[in-house]
Design a protein around this ligand. Sequence first.
Ligand code: FMN
Length: 203
Amino acid sequence: MPTFSYDDLMQLPSRYRGRLLNKISGLKPANLIGTKSKNGQPNLAIFNSVVHIGANPPYLGFILRPTTVERHTYENIKETGWYTINQISAQIHKQAHQTSAKYERGVSEFASVGLTEWYHQDFNAPFVAESHIKIGLQFEEEHYVKCNDTRLVIGKVRHLFLPDNCLDEDGDVRLEDLDSVTIGGLDSYYSIAKLGRYPYAKP
Ligand SMILES: Cc1cc2nc3c(=O)[nH]c(=O)nc-3n(C[C@H](O)[C@H](O)[C@H](O)COP(=O)(O)O)c2cc1C
């Protein structure tokens, strides 16, 4: 049985350790974050750490890696206050993965990987036209995570766009009808199958 103590983990080669630790918490949501710099340069990047913070009021968060290199998504969010979270479906997962490459600041990942910018009224951040679920957010707050130099970035949901055929009367979204994918670690993509839906659990 493969077994690792904390010291064993810390002695592993960094890529191996990253691959291992990124996968043991299970599959993660697959999203693209769209932003624009204050000069109007669009940017798009894949994130697997988007998390539900709360519904009342509606907040979503994501974890940002250390800012020891240029982080265009973060810089644009701090400059403008606006960003979008766009769900990755099976049809676009390869293009979505490619957005993780370190493109120069002046290069649009939309154009480079072949995804389409889509705008809503006066909301200035780009949505991904091909994504089935599109969310427009306003930056709310960030929390510095001291132990590993990362940040939890939180935004308020200002706009939510869903396709016609996936929303039930009680507010449930049928992700299984949207060809949604999930991400394992940083390089593996999975499609989903629903096992069931159950009533509110009581003791
Ligand atoms: C599957 C996958 C998931 C990723 N998730 C995150 C994440 O949650 N947080 C993060 O900071 N970077 C994440 N990255 C790395 C960013 O996509 C990458 O650093 C990208 O270049 C950021 O682009 P930007 O500088 O334009 O913001 C992920 C990469 C991959 C391949």
